[in-house]
Design a protein around this ligand. Structure first.
Ligand code: HEM
Length: 523
């Protein structure tokens, strides 16, 4: 029975523990208050994700975010909570709302604080969240990716593909197995550093991803540039999930964090050394860096003032453009090699379009409609950027399937889940390029839900020009051109014997990591 005697009570609840009682009571009351006033309490999701960002943080850290969100959507339904203030909407209707341009009085959805973790010194076109700043930066960067610029880039790309096949030919002679993902990554890094910095990284030549990185006057040992890019990208994808994470990461004893912080610094050093070298050379070259410098100068900026911006943009270009292209192309090689009918049809089209040259030209593959359909289908199945890209719900909130999501909520539409949605694709697990060639209307409908480059004002800067004429899907972009040229070259030149499955993991992008093959000349 309860005894109200103070001595009896203090025997069980010593006064010295008063601060502990008060802290526990306030945690309990705060939790209760949050539960009752939680504006997202009607949205289901993994239990831990309702209360802390740790669920999403863990999935991002182990490289499993898109698969965990996909299976949670199967379990809880299309609209789920993946962090305390973050809702994932895996429904076709959400694509055109969340990633659309502003329409009349409806503003575009802005990027969320997730992108702050991608800032290297100064915000770049990719990481800035400010609408005006983005429009300004995008205008400058877009000049480097115009249709005319694209035509000027094609010879640069061909040179590196020619170097790539020299290496692959030597593997044919020695009959060695190779991880083709690594070699394609060397090539896409060389292409991008050539276009972005004016000189190739030299990875194909050395057969290694190590480059020399300098900080100030100090010479650093050679650094693994691909590891730097991977480290920076993965770190940002984890830290962006919560404003606490950058702080927590500094005290957690996990070398992933310390190594990745270091990688971020080194990558900026690499970009800075190349920008300064180019500006000091006083020469003009029709590459991305040349075009960026030209655009800044035409805005009346002084050379010294533009260096931090140029460093931020070139770090972005290296990170955004090399492993995405390498992973997409590697996945396509795997998918074509495992689908004999597709392989035969593609080879037939390429043989009649390309006249015996080792490396086809952009003009030769431009009208290869089956090749374009294969690329679209491969990007859909593999999903190079599989995750939902976080945006913020604007004033007034939004409703999907009768579920209200209030203003200020972080929202994302998971690309992998949309690209594998039965309601849109019918047979999403089947790699079937023909689905893109049924009719122009069908291709236009499907391309609304093809998200590798995202949509709207923050879509990939290389996804610019797309036209549909009758059955033709003409897509002009640096990424498409590179993927098409590499895939066409490999299919035309080699017989591919697969020696492993395609292995991959997710950092920010969905990275191909290993595909063992044996190549022989097709003769
Ligand atoms: C297959 C290859 C590629 C894929 C799948 C891809 C995918 C994407 C995606 C999904 C975004 C939007 C990201 C977001 O909203 O968070 C993006 C943005 C961007 N990408 Fe790509 N990308 C590819 C190649 C490239 C290349 C080759 C470059 C440049 C050399 C590039 C430069 C950029 C830039 C600058 C942005 C930021 C655009 C903005 O916010 O205005 N990407 N990319």
């Amino acid at each position: 029975m309860f005894n109200p005697d103070p001595q009896y009570i203090s025997a069980f609840f010593p006064v010295s523990l008063l601060p502990v009682y008060l802290a526990s009571a306030s945690i309990l009351l705060t939790t209760l208050f949050l539960l009752l006033h939680d504006p997202l309490r009607h949205i289901p999701g993994p239990a831990l994700a309702r209360w802390t960002p740790l669920w999403l943080g863990h999935q991002a850290r182990v490289g499993n975010r898109y698969l965990a969100i996909d299976s949670s959507a199967q379990k809880f339904g299309p609209i789920i909570r993946i962090a305390p203030g973050h809702v994932s909407v895996a429904h076709a209707d959400a694509v055109g709302v969340v990633y659309s341009h502003a329409q009349g009085s409806k503003p575009a959805y802005e990027k969320s604080t997730f992108y702050d973790s991608f800032i290297a010194g100064k915000p770049s076109v990719f990481s800035t969240r400010d609408r005006k700043d983005h429009s300004y930066k995008r205008r400058i960067v877009a000049q480097a990716f115009s249709y005319r610029a694209l035509e000027q880039f094609s010879p640069f790309i061909k040179v590196h593909i020619a170097k790539f096949i020299d290496k692959m030919d030597s593997f044919c002679i020695t009959e060695e197995s190779l991880n083709i993902v690594t070699w394609i990554h060397y090539m896409t890094f060389d292409v991008l550093s050539d276009l972005a910095f004016g000189e190739p990284g030299g990875m194909l030549a050395s057969g290694s991803s190590f480059v020399s990185v300098q900080k100030g006057n100090e010479i650093f040992k050679d650094e693994d540039a691909i590891a730097l890019i991977d480290g920076r990208e993965h770190l940002s994808a984890v830290l962006g999930i919560s404003p606490w994470f950058p702080w927590l990461a500094k005290i957690i004893p996990d070398s992933f964090y310390s190594n990745s912080f270091e990688a971020t610094e080194r990558l900026s050093d690499l970009a800075r050394q190349n920008v300064i070298k180019r500006m000091g050379s006083g020469t003009y070259r029709a590459d991305i860096l040349g075009k960026l410098i030209e655009a800044h100068l035409s805005n009346g900026e002084e050379e010294a003032d533009m260096i931090p911006d140029l460093v931020a943009e070139t770090v972005t270009l290296l990170t955004a453009g090399s492993d995405t292209t390498a992973s997409s192309t590697s996945a396509l090689i795997y998918l074509v090699a495992t689908h004999r009918q597709v392989y035969r049809k593609l080879l037939g089209e390429l043989m009649s379009a390309v006249d015996g040259e080792a490396v086809p030209s952009a003009a030769q593959v431009k009208d290869c409609i089956y090749l374009q359909a294969v690329v679209n289908e491969g990007l859909r199945v593999y999903s190079t950027v599989s995750t939902g890209l976080p945006r913020v719900v604007p004033e007034g909130g939004v409703e999907f399937l009768g579920v209200h999501i209030p203003a200020g909520t972080e929202i994302s539409v998971p690309a992998f889940t949309i690209q594998h949605d039965k309601a849109i694709w019918g047979d999403p697990e089947v790699f079937r390029p023909e689905r893109w060639l049924q009719s122009a209307e069908q291709a236009q409908y499907l391309s609304r839900y093809l998200l590798p480059f995202s949509k709207g004002p923050r879509a990939c800067v290389t996804s610019a020009i797309r036209t549909f004429t009758s059955l033709d899907l003409h897509i002009h972009s640096l990424a498409y051109m590179e993927i098409q040229l590499i895939l066409a070259t490999v299919i035309l030149r080699y017989k591919i014997e697969l020696q492993s499955e395609l292995e991959s993991m997710e950092a920010f992008a969905h990275k191909a990591t290993r595909l063992m093959v044996k190549l022989s000349l097709r003769g």
